[in-house]
Design a protein around this ligand. Sequence first.
Ligand SMILES: *[C@@H]1O[C@H](CO)[C@@H](O)[C@H](O)[C@H]1NC(C)=O
Length: 306
Amino acid sequence: MKSYAAAALLLASTAISHPIEKRADITDLDILQYALTLEHLENVFYKGGVSTMSQDMFVAAGFSAKYYTNLLYVVNDEQDHVQYLTDAIKSTGATPVAACEYNFPYKDPMSFVALASVLEGVGTSAYLGGAGLIQSKDYLGVAGSILVTESIHTSLQRFNLGEIAAANPYGTALGLNQVFTIAGAFIKSCPASNPTLPLKAFPGLTATQGNPTSQGIPFTFQAKGTVPASAFVTFVSGLNTTSVPVTMKGNMISAMIPNTIAGQSYAFITSSAIAAGMSVTDNMVLFGPAVIEVTPPSPMFDIKEQ
Ligand SMILES: *[C@@H]1O[C@H](CO)[C@@H](O)[C@H](O)[C@H]1NC(C)=O
């Protein structure tokens, strides 16, 4: 009996994806500081937006007055997250990281909301990826609580951009260095007094084609460096990981968007192919991630299935 149960468990575990690589070098305090680093970025981003663009400007750009009210609640939330994490870090006796100087490339309400949607999506992916690395069940509960709010923000921004809010049945987890590669691109400089965190950015990868795109469409990227012909474009979306061989067109990388990718997704150049559902480990990443937005296909469900 017992061995049957064990065999069943073993079988079941092979069907479970492994979204994030474990990192033995990361402490819970590191994760709190990492979370605060991201919350500072969001807090400064939103406060910059609402202090330089009025409700009238958002309405003139096609957003509703109700959207603007919701936006102010989002600003409130991000400020609260900064305060909560700052206090939590202080209570351990450590010095919380302070806000940095940022460079956010928006020029009007539309490009601001588009960037907000990307940042919220990355924030959600960061908490999801961080959750698997946290030791303390208490901190895990807090991370889950903030994750919920970040994903509500994500769907608010997506819906108001005209994107499908719930584009994927599953959330997408990103590892710490993967998130830092995206977030770090917006950071100009940080106070020298900030504690050094065990984070490193990978060489950059940018989408050189307009978003959103769709499954089955060729998409191009550009890497900040030479891409070996033997490399792969690895897409991560929900619990799916899909690697396709790179095709070079001049200095552009071209790859077909697989049918496993929907909503805000991430593309890496990896040194080898990664098996479906396995994590993109840091030692395999050559470039990226780049953020891509893939419109999901029509919803499909069987009304009789219970
Ligand atoms: C993986 O992709 C398929 C589409 O090929 C999709 O139906 C499914 O929901 C995805 N699964 C996960 C776990 O992300």
